[in-house]
Design a protein around this ligand. Structure first.
Ligand code: HH2
Length: 271
């Protein structure tokens, strides 16, 4: 059995939050030098893309002014862009634009609305589904059919982006963004429907809240953020095995190992 090369396995996007308040790594990489050091560590661990973000999207996170977000992310994008593919995790057009000028080649857009920027600059674009704003998104979200509604919105945005000239469009179901535990599980369970839409699929479950709930036994306390690696790996592996082309994670080295196993399976390993 040949060992899959990096081109033959699903991709791993490493999360680099240059924020004081992200739900998992907030404050850890807030200084520029620390962030760049963490970026290089993820490259050494096998990250295919490093996703730089300067505004937390966790429920009830405070909005960040544009100049502050620019000051957080641009020096980090500039420092890493010559070493790895960099994506910019933002919902602000000006931040996406400045990050592209600084070397980012993928816009990771949790608002699924910035495709014109990607078209203008000839870079890739990720359309993520979310419902509501960080302030309200976890207030009893409701869907008649979560899989159908998420799939339909993402297909619509992806075809608009393609018509506008974006050549690389990813779609992402937005696990945890205006979704209950059942919604998250339904979307993961039906990932094949999203894959069938025909655009490459990105999935982000890493350390998210539903893993804390599901990973502990009945009647027990929710697992803390730093206890969620097993659930993160299990769900990333599941997503890749269902056909996701990339997973967005905090724990790069462990996920790259899982991606190699999935890649081997996709190349015909007998399991
Ligand atoms: N999740 C988060 C942020 N950006 N982008 C995509 N495409 N998909 C996701 O699932 C996704 C995302 C939330 O996670 P994190 O960046 O760790 O936390 P925070 O938003 O608090 O910075």
């Amino acid at each position: 059995m040949p060992i899959p090369t990096d081109e033959q396995r699903p991709l791993v996007m490493g999360i680099l939050n240059v924020t004081p308040d992200s739900f998992s790594d907030g404050g850890q990489w807030f200084e520029r030098d620390e962030a760049v050091r963490r970026g290089h560590q993820m490259i050494a661990e096998g990250a295919d893309v490093v996703d730089v973000g300067g505004e937390s999207t966790r429920p009830a996170a405070a909005p960040v002014p544009e100049d502050e977000e620019l000051a957080r992310v641009i020096p980090v994008v500039e420092a890493l862009a010559g070493h790895v593919r960099v994506s910019i995790d933002t919902t602000k057009e000006a931040v996406a634009e400045a990050a592209i000028v600084a070397g980012a080649t993928l816009v990771n857009d949790v608002s699924a609305s910035l495709w014109a920027v990607a078209a203008r600059h000839g870079v890739g674009w990720v359309a993520m589904h979310r419902r509501g704003s960080p302030a309200t998104m976890q207030h009893d979200p409701h869907y008649d059919d979560v899989v159908a509604e998420v799939t339909s919105l993402l297909s619509d945005r992806a075809s608009r982006a393609t018509s506008a000239g974006v050549e690389e469009v990813w779609i992402d179901p937005g696990i945890g963004f205006g979704k209950s535990l059942d919604h998250n599980l339904s979307l993961l369970g039906a990932l094949g429907d999203l894959v069938d839409v025909g655009y490459p699929v990105l999935v982000g479950t890493s350390r998210k809240s539903f893993l804390g709930t599901l990973g502990s036994g009945p009647g027990q306390e929710r697992l803390a953020v730093d206890e969620r690696l097993p659930g993160s790996l299990a769900t990333a592996t599941w997503a890749m095995a269902q056909g996701a082309g990339m997973v967005r994670v905090h724990d790069v080295a462990a996920t790259v190992q899982a991606a190699r196993l999935v890649g081997a399976g996709q190349m015909g390993a007998p399991w």
